[in-house]
Write a protein that binds this ligand. Structure first.
Ligand code: CTP
Ligand code: CA
Length: 224
């Protein structure tokens, strides 16, 4: 006797996912960024595609630049570019997942030429980037599901729950950076927090497998 795992379907669903870092340019050769791999977003996109969804992935600068995917991919660089794409694409989306590690700040000025070093200290003023998840939360339609991520190092549940409520998301995926979890590791362990206060904790698994677990969890709990 053979057993087949029946995966919950996403047929007919339009799914928008953002992922990767954003780069905020200081001058033509320097930027503020982070080490987000984009892997989780790519695996979530693959998994949604395999379950029958129409997927669009908005991806910051990652190793996936020249990859051919069987779903739509928009490559962006900065937080503001990511916001523009996500705002346009979210209009038609049934499910939006914001997994990008968006830079919270960008240089107030981007220099046209490479900054020359001098004998003085260099001060770069930073201004706040738009919060993509919060903005999508404000324009969220009835029936649309919005899912965020939260990376926390202290008061993890309280902080993640506050983000969930402040940004008007339906669920938030709590991530904790460690040797085996977080940014640029092949494995991850997460806890999904829902608006009613219930939680679902994953095992420590490869990110491919986590994507499948996450979709099962979203579909079953949010009645997708
Ligand atoms: N996020 C976003 N736009 C930003 C910052 C964050 O869309 N400018 C989203 C992330 O994609 C994630 C969620 O908000 O889904 C939480 O990101 P996180 O960095 O954990 O929280 P912040 O609200 O930025 O707060 P802080 O970094 O101070 O903890
Ligand atoms: Ca942040």
């Amino acid at each position: 006797e053979q057993f087949f795992a029946i995966k919950s379907s996403l047929a007919e669903k339009k799914v928008l996912i953002n992922g990767g870092p954003t780069y905020e340019y200081i001058d033509p050769v320097r930027f503020i960024g982070n080490h987000s791999s984009g892997d989780t977003a790519v695996y979530l996109a693959w998994e949604a595609h395999n379950r029958g969804a129409e997927v669009t992935l908005v991806l910051g600068p990652t190793k996936y630049k020249n990859e051919n995917f069987p779903f739509a991919v928009k490559h962006v660089t900065s937080a503001r570019e990511m916001l523009d794409e996500c705002l346009q694409l979210s209009v038609n989306a049934n499910v939006v997942i914001c997994s990008a590690a968006v830079a919270d700040y960008r240089p107030k000025v981007t220099y046209d030429q490479k900054i020359k070093k001098s004998d003085q200290n260099l001060v770069i003023e930073l201004e706040k980037n738009p919060d993509i998840l919060a903005i999508l939360g404000q324009s969220k339609r009835e029936q649309q599901l919005l899912i965020g991520f939260a990376l926390e190092t202290e008061n993890q549940f309280e902080n993640a729950r506050k983000k969930l409520l402040d940004k008007n998301a339906d669920a938030i995926v709590l991530n904790s950076p460690s040797q085996t979890t977080g940014f640029s590791t092949p494995t991850n362990q997460v806890t999904v927090i829902f608006r009613d206060g219930t939680t679902a904790a994953s095992q420590l698994v490869l990110k491919e497998k986590l994507a499948s677990w996450l979709w099962d969890t979203f579909i079953n709990t949010l009645h997708l």
